[in-house]
Write a protein that binds this ligand. Structure first.
Ligand SMILES: Cc1cc2nc3c(=O)[nH]c(=O)nc-3n(C[C@H](O)[C@H](O)[C@H](O)COP(=O)(O)OP(=O)(O)OC[C@H]3O[C@@H](n4cnc5c(N)ncnc54)[C@H](O)[C@@H]3O)c2cc1C
Length: 460
């Protein structure tokens, strides 16, 4: 079954015929996101450009009970923007204006389709700082970042997207427009609805504008790389750094497989004769930066670092961070299918979790590269596999179950930043428990009684 002709005609009237895609070859790029092994054709794609269009599209879809899947750049890693059969894909990348940069209130108002990098660059041009920096920041949209509550390499010190959202404009499934939040530093008037929409994965409303918080730009930064003969030594270094009450802005790690793939891809001169590499970055006042960098180097050496290299200038620092950002893409080059997960544990349990993932990786005929935000306890075990090999895919799924069970056993979570979407839907009930599942379902039903927004995602 495809979308009814009268629905398509009405959508063309609302958005303009050139903004409604229906040809197979136009729809294929929207039939998957960044998640491996998931594909589904939509009924049509609409490239909305105004709030009024979004509102009218949702009103129509709600009346006709047609499924709508909101989409930013489609870089999601849990299948969140994967179409449901014959749905309307409501893509917001054309709503890409930076509307205001308010220096007096340290805020920026943007449309949902602005990329994370555009926000970071606009803030930097004004001498300010927007810290959330997902690895996909060159193309991911702010709407997608908010809908997934995305993290990034600087999450350890600065927090995740949620910590930088002051307010937003949301279109509800019936087409009604809602504003939540404002430029006040303090505001406790009523429920914090903005926090409900952050991380809602396109299931409660369509975010059309976001009011972002900016902070002063740190005046200095130091970037270092330390290599280790054992992953345990890197994990211990991270624990020691946190125990020494140093909160660097970045504490990222790569394992041997990932280091080799990244170096092969990015050619930044990463040391290859090691089992683990730590990327450490501290920023702030120059004196504090110098002090923290010296202490981190000392702790890395105390834990047997093979080498500690301090980036000599901004270019080298940028290249090292870019190499880490490219880890997923680098791994994706070496196997037909790359399945990346983001099990997360309390930092105190990190070393145990890393050992567990390594043990799973030892299992015959499974290839895993692991990297991630070590300082956040957020690991990305990445299976290098081939979705055409059903038997191997089954073993990969079993390995993931083991990893998630262990993360939960250690007091962790099944996703630190990529969301539930379709990919982790089956794990959510066990993790969340009956009461949370019931409240989440009731919230969703209250906002979207016809179940038109992103049906089948997060839970049925
Ligand atoms: C190479 C790579 C690196 C990555 N690195 C990171 C990382 O470091 N940290 C991290 O957290 N994630 C990371 N991701 C995952 C992904 O980039 C983020 O989840 C990102 O926020 C998705 O943005 P998007 O615009 O691509 O959204 P999409 O993938 O298009 O959508 C994601 C979800 O948000 C919903 N959505 C999108 N826009 C809106 C809107 N305006 N209103 C309501 N709902 C909406 C969709 O329905 C979907 O459920 C990475 C992905 C890749 C491919």
């Amino acid at each position: 079954m495809s979308l009814a002709q009268n629905t398509l005609s009405e959508l063309r009237r609302i958005a303009g015929p050139e903004k409604v895609l229906t040809e197979k070859e136009d729809l294929i790029p929207y039939s998957f996101d960044g998640t491996a092994a998931l594909q589904q054709m939509p009924g049509c794609v609409i490239l909305a450009t105004t709030l009024e269009q979004v509102s009218a599209i949702l009103k129509l879809a709600n009346e006709n009970k047609t499924a709508v899947v909101t989409r930013g750049s489609g870089t999601g890693l849990s299948g969140g923007s994967l179409p449901s059969p014959d749905c309307i894909i409501l893509c917001l990348v054309k709503m890409d204006r930076i509307l205001e940069l308010d220096r007096a209130n340290l805020s920026m108002m943007v449309e949902a389709g602005v990329t994370t990098l555009q926000v970071a660059d606009a803030a930097a041009a004004a001498g300010l700082f927007y810290p959330p920096d997902p690895g996909s920041m060159k193309i991911s949209t702010i709407g997608g970042n908010v809908a997934e509550n995305s993290g990034g390499l600087r999450g350890l010190k600065y927090g995740v997207t949620r910590n930088f959202v002051m307010g937003m404009e949301v279109v509800l499934p019936n087409g009604e427009v809602l504003w939540t939040g404002n430029k006040c530093v303090k505001d406790v008037a009523g429920y914090s609805l903005k926090d409900l929409f952050i991380g809602s994965e396109g299931t409660l409303g369509v975010i059309t504008k976001v009011l972002l918080r900016l902070i002063p730009k740190p005046s200095s930064k130091k970037t270092m790389v330390a290599t280790f003969a054992q992953m345990d030594h890197a994990a211990q270094t991270v624990s020691d750094i946190i125990a020494a009450q140093i909160i660097p802005c970045t504490l990222e790690f790569l394992d041997r497989t990932t280091i080799h793939c990244v170096e092969d891809y990015a050619k930044v001169g990463l040391p290859l004769d090691c089992e683990a590499l730590l990327l450490m970055e501290t920023d702030g006042h120059p004196a504090a930066v110098a002090d923290e960098a010296a202490k981190m180097e000392e702790l890395a050496r105390k834990n047997g670092a093979l080498q500690v290299r301090v980036a000599k200038d901004e270019t080298e620092a940028t290249n090292l961070a870019a190499a880490r950002r490219g880890a997923f893409s680098a791994l994706a080059r070496v196997a037909p299918t790359t399945i990346l997960e983001d099990a997360t544990v309390p930092r105190s349990e990190l070393a145990k979790m890393i050992r567990f993932v390594a043990a799973v990786a030892q299992k015959p005929r499974l290839r895993i590269g692991t990297f991630g935000h070590m300082g956040d306890g957020n690991l990305h075990p990445t299976f290098l596999t081939d979705e055409r090999n059903k038997e191997e895919m089954h073993r990969v799924e079993e390995a993931f179950k083991e990893i998630f069970d262990e993360a939960i056993r250690l007091g962790g979570t099944i996703t630190g930043e990529h969301g539930i979407g379709l990919a982790k839907k089956s794990f959510l009930p066990k993790f969340a428990g009956d009461a949370q599942m019931r409240v989440m379902r009731e919230l969703r039903r209250a906002l979207d009684p016809n179940g038109i927004l992103n049906p089948g995602k997060m839970f049925d």
